[in-house]
Unconditional design. Structure first.
Length: 74
């Protein structure tokens, strides 16, 4: 998957699973109910997530890609 500013957080989680390193890289903190988090991520793209977490967009995408790469090497 190519991560772009328009990529939905939900799509990343669908592709790579509910993995902590990717979640944390996107600033998505664990919440009590997985289903709530899953619902919210359907409406948030990478650009929005970077803005909300006050991280420069390219840096944010780099963090996501690094987390995905680490997961794939496991």
């Amino acid at each position: 998957m190519i991560i772009s500013p328009k990529t939905r957080v939900f799509d990343i989680l669908e592709e790579y699973g509910d993995i902590a390193s990717v979640m944390m890289a996107m600033g998505v903190e664990p919440v009590a109910k997985f289903s709530i988090r899953r619902f919210i991520t359907r409406f948030i793209n990478v650009r929005m997530a970077a803005f909300v977490h006050k991280v420069e967009l390219n840096e944010f995408i780099d963090k996501i890609n690094k987390a995905i790469e680490e997961k794939e090497q496991e």
